[in-house]
Design a binder for this molecule. Structure first.
Ligand code: 13P
Length: 250
């Protein structure tokens, strides 16, 4: 079994000095990576190199990016390529985060192109999926997750090693709202994601499925103990090293 992936998404927070200080504090609070845990921190682009430098030589501490552009190089003003992310020290990248989808208009097809290109270029990817409250209340949970998974992984071969790819289920209504999905909702959605991944898409059973949405130190241990929850993706509560370290240990 792969270690649980405990991921922090710092979104558009922390300039270089703050990011470095938080990464150093995290290393102090977690002198060794807890058994069966990997720690992934995704800072803003400008702080990737600083965080990667702090994590260098620390087993189990990984650095990631929050986005990429699916081309090697070219006239794409304002965008960033997988090689540039690797050059800065990133080994992972998030794709399809709901804020990318809703605020920046990323389509399912674009998310799929980013995920496949990231993997082809040697980055590991966390594909984020999740339904809005309207979709959930309209009974469209399965339809939405099936569509996002099929499009997000359209060009990813089932032979993709499970260590290189993870899926984060982040119900949009639970992101940054303090409204965490209950154990029943998480169990149901994660079982559904597992079934879609294995039966519909032929992906490995070992693929990690992370939960994201208002994960905090006081609910992390219950969430991480649920079936088919192989890690968490944490926004707000990952900004303080102290609270993220408690989540990692949960
Ligand atoms: P919060 O933990 O702040 O709800 O954010 C979740 C998220 O979007 C992680 O990617």
């Amino acid at each position: 079994m792969l270690p649980k992936l405990m991921a922090a998404n710092w979104k558009m927070y922390k300039a270089t000095a703050q990011a470095r200080a938080s990464a150093e504090e995290l290393c102090t609070l977690l002198p060794v990576t807890p058994e069966q845990r990997e720690i992934l921190v995704c800072p803003p682009f400008t702080a990737i190199a600083a965080v990667a430098a702090v994590f260098a030589g620390k087993p189990g501490f990984l650095t990631g990016a929050q986005n990429l552009y699916p081309k090697e190089e070219g006239a794409f003003t304002g965008e960033i390529s997988p090689d540039m992310l690797k050059d800065a020290g990133a080994r992972w990248v998030l794709t399809g985060h709901s804020e990318r989808r809703s605020l920046f208009g990323e389509s399912d097809a674009q998310v799929g192109a980013k995920t496949a290109f990231a993997l082809a270029q040697g980055l590991n990817a966390v594909l984020c999926i999740g339904e809005t409250l309207d979709q959930r209340e309209a009974g469209q949970l399965e339809q939405v997750l099936a569509r996002q998974l099929a499009a997000g992984l359209a060009d990813v071969p089932p032979s993709c090693p499970p260590v290189c790819l993870a899926v984060a289920y982040e119900p949009v209504w639970a992101i940054g709202t303090g409204k965490v999905a209950g154990p029943k909702e998480i169990l149901e959605a994660h079982a559904l994601v597992r079934r879609l991944l294995c039966e519909k898409l032929g992906m490995s059973r070992e693929l990690r499925i992370l939960y994201g949405g208002s994960v905090k130190p006081d609910n992390a241990s219950e969430i991480i103990g649920l079936d088919n929850v192989d890690g968490v993706l944490v926004g707000g509560a990952s900004l303080q090293a102290e609270s993220f370290s408690r989540i990692v240990r949960a």
